[in-house]
Design a protein. Structure first.
Length: 134
């Protein structure tokens, strides 16, 4: 009989931690964004990891990849922003784009191997208590 792996185990098995702190998804992708099957439905892996480690994305906001790497699912590289801000940042990639102070703190903490308080907070609807890779 096959062993059923937890969601965190399945995600962790398909993530490569890079020197720049990115957690790069090696599994299924759509338009560069990682996708993972949760209860028979595909979800963006960066949103699932964010929900597992930080909490739900606030209503009406999207997750901006501060590192500009769509395959990255490191919650320290993700910042909830309005859709218009996400588009504005995407349009300005490499052209004087700047991130918020919180985003800078998240990236700085991740580079130093700290979570900046992101890990260990209340989990999202996926109800897993395991911690993602560091």
């Amino acid at each position: 009989m096959a062993t059923r792996h937890t969601l965190v185990e399945r995600i962790t098995a398909l993530v490569d931690v890079q020197g720049d702190g990115c957690w790069v998804w090696r599994g299924t992708k759509s338009n560069g964004y990682g996708r993972v099957n949760v209860d028979g439905r595909f979800h963006y892996v960066h949103r699932v990891v964010y929900a597992l480690t930080v909490g739900e994305v606030p209503e009406g906001l999207q997750l901006d990849h501060l590192c500009r790497n769509r395959a990255c699912c490191n919650p320290a590289h993700l910042e909830p922003v309005t859709p218009s801000e996400n588009v504005r940042r995407g349009d300005r990639r490499g052209a004087g784009w700047t991130m918020s102070d919180q985003g800078k703190q998240n990236i700085s903490a991740a580079k130093k191997g700290r979570s900046n308080g992101l890990l260990g907070k209340k989990r999202g609807p996926y109800k897993k208590k395991e911690v993602m890779p560091k």
